[in-house]
Design a protein around this ligand. Structure first.
Ligand code: DAH
Length: 358
């Protein structure tokens, strides 16, 4: 058949010279595509004598196979070249030393939570966690908070849509439901703290809709308010790193404690600097009291046999006081400059022996 050798040479060259997948596909179509030159040649077979066809047919088939193989080979070579090029351009020297500038910092809330945990752990308190989505019963009823209590108002609490039976979930308004969850699960005696996020519908310089509390609870047979007072004094001394502190227990009211007390610490503000343990000012830091017998019996614990104390403290607030942070809203704005300024080295874990402060 005329010109077959010329045709073969031209197409194999085009295929070998194709510089990318697009060019290769074009070369393939020109050669062995439906309208390619080999197909056109095959159409001529019909006009041939049987003798001519007997040699031309196999020759054309062989050529088609040869060109197909050449295309496949070229395709593989192009793939290898692309990979080699990527490997060349995307390599990374993993032996380079890390960036000298420390980028990340620990948020003051994380830092203070660690500090509080270290101090209470040293006094034998475990750490418990509850869920941030609670039901009405755990967040309010079980804590002896009556249905008409103002803290249950729609205005302050983030409620979820009610279920068919009328019950509904809330974003927990305090960490106190962890008291209920823990007592129900573990019974008495218990001694734990429960740090975590809480939610209330409020927003100004000292209130954000999400903030942090730490709950504390100790239940045993003979626990009294004296234990509460000692525990809190030890905590304040360790947390603010002062040797002498004076606490003031102010009679107060919480539905889940009886008697209840709000606790203030003696302090002074000189030139905007807070000093703990001296001066004529008082700073409120937490609410506390002896656990109400109804709370215990709501958790199937016999109040004639068991008693103890509980307290709840704002983590954001004590973080602001300790580290001189003026506006609560900064905590949650994710401003990198703020984080760099107030953040802590992630490698400095607070311990009582190593130092509690950042
Ligand atoms: N749950 C209270 C609040 O959110 C704080 C509190 C007060 C917790 C007294 C307690 C407690 O455990 O005994 O304001």
């Amino acid at each position: 058949m005329d010109g077959l050798e010329t045709l073969r040479a031209a197409h194999l060259t085009a295929i070998r010279d194709a510089s990318d997948e697009g060019a290769l596909e074009a070369a393939r179509l020109a050669a062995i595509g439906k309208k390619g030159e080999v197909a056109l040649k095959m159409r001529e077979l019909g006009k041939m004598t049987p003798e001519e066809r007997a040699t031309a047919g196999p020759a054309l088939n062989a050529l088609k196979t040869e060109i197909g193989a050449a295309v496949a080979a070229r395709k593989e070579a192009l793939g290898d070249a692309a990979l080699a090029e990527r490997l060349e351009s995307e390599w990374l020297d993993v032996t380079l030393s890390p960036r000298p500038r420390q980028q990340g910092t620990l948020h003051p809330i994380s830092q203070v939570t660690e500090e509080v945990t270290a101090i209470f752990a040293d006094m034998g308190f475990d750490v418990r966690e509850g869920a941030q989505i609670e039901d009405d019963w755990h967040n309010f009823d079980a804590l002896n908070i009556v249905p008409e209590h103002p803290s249950r108002a729609e205005m302050d609490t983030f409620y979820m849509a009610p279920r068919e039976d009328g019950t509904r979930n809330v974003l927990r308004t305090h960490t106190s439901p962890v008291q209920i969850r823990t007592l129900q699960k573990e019974g008495a005696p218990v001694r734990f703290i429960a740090p975590g996020r809480v939610y209330r519908s409020d927003y100004d310089q000292t209130h954000t809709p999400m903030f942090h509390q730490v709950e504390g609870m100790a239940i045993d047979r003979t626990i009294t308010m004296a234990h509460l007072k000692w525990t809190l004094e030890e905590f304040v001394k360790a947390f603010f790193e002062v040797d002498n502190v004076e606490l003031r227990f102010r009679a107060s009211h919480f539905p889940f404690t009886e008697p209840s007390a709000e606790v203030d610490i003696r302090c002074s503000w000189q030139g905007g600097v807070l000093k703990i343990g001296e001066g004529d000012d008082w700073l409120e830091i937490l609410g506390s009291g002896m656990v109400h017998p109804k709370v215990l019996s709501n958790c199937d614990i016999d109040p004639a046999e068991w008693q103890g104390f509980a307290f709840g403290m704002g983590i954001d607030r004590i973080a602001m006081l300790k580290y001189g942070i003026p506006d609560l809203r900064g905590f949650f704005e994710c401003d990198l400059r703020w984080l760099r300024h107030y953040g802590f080295s992630p490698l400095q874990v607070p311990t009582l022996h190593g130092g509690i402060g950042g």
